[in-house]
Ligand binder design. Structure first.
Ligand code: SF4
Ligand code: SF4
Ligand code: SF4
Length: 283
């Protein structure tokens, strides 16, 4: 006679937040129908955006949102890594430093003085950096926010022990697959689709808008060729620089597009090692 049957334990999932807007975590909650299927297959062990109930680690899969902007978080991410068998970063903040990485091009002390009435109470690093600058990352999922289909594909792949089917081609490939008229060629609308990582299904061009690169650079992106095309469309050097310097400004591909002289406040030449190193914590 056989003994009592026990269900196999489900793999545990943890979702962590660093400097971010929570939009990428919300993508998981937005999965709606699929979320029930996910919770059937994984135990949501740590996800403060969804529940205050916490199961102790270690965790089989950690999703990490947000960038590192404080000394405390620079230590916390090491502990998250220690507790995670697989660690996947989600979104532009976690994979490229996010919009908050614009501080990396300037003087954070000056920004603190301008923005906050009492900056002496703040404790921050001089930079916003991606998670991969601090710990080993198993996979990066791009976008601001991430795409829910890609998120579900990655979770399913990790559970099945296979490689996720996430392409590294450009938005243009997705745009052509949707038979869109090219807004860049037909209307002269600036579009970063040729150098931007696929994943959104060419959302913006499908609504006759140019891509502004929220998925960051695609594999082998030819940034020099892209800037030449934008220049030929009549964009000024600082307009081109501003187009690249949004959510993925600190990504390797978009950080220093080859533009001519621009106003001092915007110039990549303002980058200097002293500006990029963490500042001392305030007392
Ligand atoms: S990548 Fe965008 S949506 Fe995701 S947390 Fe950062 S700012 Fe929010
Ligand atoms: S609209 Fe943009 S993404 Fe679409 S084909 Fe043209 S350049 Fe590429
Ligand atoms: S088209 Fe470009 S800007 Fe629009 S959602 Fe896709 S990657 Fe982001």
């Amino acid at each position: 006679m056989s003994g009592p049957q026990h269900a196999a334990p489900r793999p545990s999932l943890a979702v962590w937040k660093f400097a971010s807007c929570d939009g990428c975590q919300l993508t998981l909650l937005d999965c709606e129908d699929e979320l029930m299927a996910v919770t059937d297959r994984v135990e949501i062990a740590y996800f403060l955006e969804a529940s205050s109930a916490v199961v102790e680690g270690p965790y089989d899969l950690s999703l990490v949102e947000g960038s590192i902007t404080t000394a405390v978080d620079a230590e916390r991410i090491k502990e998250v890594r220690r507790q995670s068998r697989t660690l996947i970063t989600i979104g532009a903040c976690a994979t490229a430093g996010g919009i908050q990485a614009l501080r990396n091009f300037g003087d954070v002390e000056e920004l603190l003085r301008i923005v906050y009435a009492t900056p002496e109470f703040l404790s921050t690093l001089g930079t916003s950096t991606p998670i991969s600058d601090h710990v080993e990352v198993d996979l990066e999922l791009r976008g601001c926010p991430i795409d829910r289909r890609q998120l579900l594909e990655v979770i399913g792949a990790v559970l099945a022990g296979r490689k996720p089917a996430i392409g590294d081609h450009s938005v243009c490939v997705e745009c052509k697959a949707r038979h869109n008229t090219c807004v860049l060629v037909a209307h002269g609308t600036p579009c970063l689709g040729p150098v931007t990582h696929a994943g959104c299904g060419a959302l913006c061009p499908s609504f006759h808008r140019g891509c502004y690169g929220c998925f960051g650079p695609s594999e082998g992106a030819d940034i020099a060729a892209m800037t030449s095309v934008l220049r030929a469309q009549g964009m000024s050097e600082d307009e081109i620089l501003r187009l690249f310097h949004t959510f993925n400004a600190w990504s390797e591909g978009f950080r220093e597009p080859p533009v001519g002289p621009v106003p001092v406040a915007l110039s990549p030449s303002r980058l200097s090692p002293s500006r990029l190193s963490p500042r001392e914590d305030r007392p």
